[in-house]
Design a protein around this ligand. Structure first.
Ligand SMILES: *Cc1c(COP(=O)(O)O)cnc(C)c1O
Length: 376
């Protein structure tokens, strides 16, 4: 929690549940990313948090943007971004969205299949295209696995075809999975990309760009490597495989840029037990899976939770949301403990919830309003 957020909570006691996010912290993270990888261009993955004040600050800092939809492209443009710094990074795009983005001046698109490449050739002629390859997601707490990307061999064929189809075969991308805690994941992926560069060069296509995707982690309950560790591992692998012929480098951090810039302030609705002798209390909050905490699915992302009684004697808890749906249970197996004094009405803070929360919130499920957002 930044001092600015602590002051805001103390002075305003905003209605819960709400996200409070310190935009200065986003700037700090942007600068840290720059420092860790000075040769890479930063394309902020808008889906992590599309809040306008975040986009506007990043525009001011000279960031580029990775958009997942035409709506996100529009959000970047509205925040003042030039179309030539926007990459349309989703490999699954509606034809109407491709055409609209192309017309707006977006000139860089991702794909991972011949079918998508044909759509791009028709509706975004001349665009710079990059192919996403499948890579290992081991070490990622929120893996993206097989939904995106194609095999190396297919990528090679597609990049060979792209030029003949009137597109500019620009580069290769990958994503090692979100909340990736192992630097080796990037090293392994870069080795695969380098093989492809060599292959294609021999076949007469000189690629110019490597897109290293996102994945850079945020500290939740457990320590993670520093961004400088990722920077060093990535640059080490790049120079090992490309030598003096370094291609342009792109990174697409989402979670890293906004995760620990924000927190969710919530209220305890009920503390109860399922049996008089049951040691485990159930703590129900006014936010849950449907209020935006989608990444608690499978207890994948385990947020740190602050209570007003921290330090006092505690006991085991199961933590759940307020809706009438049993999947709206956040943590049952992750050994959460909370103070025995915790009671209905207490205010608790879920730390480092600036990424992948507001945009996942449901619309009025059970009548609950979408999460309120305060950007300070
Ligand atoms: C989601 C996504 C990102 C951001 O991932 P993080 O793990 O939040 O950094 C980057 N690039 C693409 C293509 C994505 O889909």
């Amino acid at each position: 929690m930044t001092p600015k957020i602590a002051r805001f909570l103390r002075d305003n006691a905003p209605a819960t549940p709400c996200l409070v996010l310190d935009v200065d912290r986003v700037e700090e993270k942007y600068r840290a990313m720059r420092a860790a990888l000075p040769l890479a261009r930063i394309y902020y993955a808008v889906k992590a948090n599309p809040g306008t004040p975040i986009l506007e600050r990043l525009v001011k800092l000279g960031s580029s943007f990775d958009a997942a939809s035409w709506e996100e492209v529009q959000a970047c443009l509205a925040a003042g971004a030039q179309p030539d710094v926007i990459s349309y990074g989703n490999t699954i795009k509606k034809v109407s969205a491709i055409a609209a983005a192309h017309k707006a001046g977006v000139s860089m698109f991702a794909f991972d299949s011949i079918e998508e490449l044909e759509k791009l050739a028709r509706h975004a002629p001349g665009a710079r295209v990059y192919c996403r390859i499948l890579v290992q997601n081991e070490g990622a707490e929120w893996p993206l696995s097989r939904k995106f990307g194609c095999e190396l061999e297919m990528a090679r064929d597609l990049m060979l075809k792209a030029g003949d189809m009137g597109l500019d075969p620009y580069g290769i991308s990958f994503h090692v999975g979100s909340q990736q805690t192992k630097t080796a994941a990037y090293e392994g992926a870069i080795a695969r990309v380098a093989m492809l560069f060599t292959d294609l060069k021999e076949a007469g296509v000189k690629l110019r760009m490597v897109n290293l995707g996102g994945g850079y982690p945020v500290r939740y309950r457990a320590e993670v490597p520093e961004i400088d560790d990722f920077g060093m591992a990535i640059m080490g692998a790049m120079t090992k495989h490309f030598g003096n012929d370094l291609p342009e480098m792109v990174v697409e951090p989402g979670r890293f840029m906004v995760g620990d810039a924000g927190l969710v302030s919530s209220e305890v609705v009920l503390v109860s037990r399922k049996g008089a002798a049951d040691p485990v209390r159930w703590v129900y909050l006014d936010i849950g899976r449907f209020g935006g905490l989608a990444e608690t699915e499978g207890e994948a992302i385990r947020y740190e939770i602050r209570t007003p009684h921290d330090g006092a004697e505690d006991g085991p808890v199961t933590i759940a949301g307020p809706t009438c749906d049993s999947t709206d249970t956040l943590y049952e197996k992750s050994n959460y403990r909370m103070p025995l004094k915790l009671a209905c009405g207490d205010r608790v803070e879920l730390l480092a919830t600036g990424a992948y929360v507001t945009s996942y919130a449901a619309q009025f499920f059970n009548g609950f309003a979408p999460l309120k957002e305060h950007y300070i």
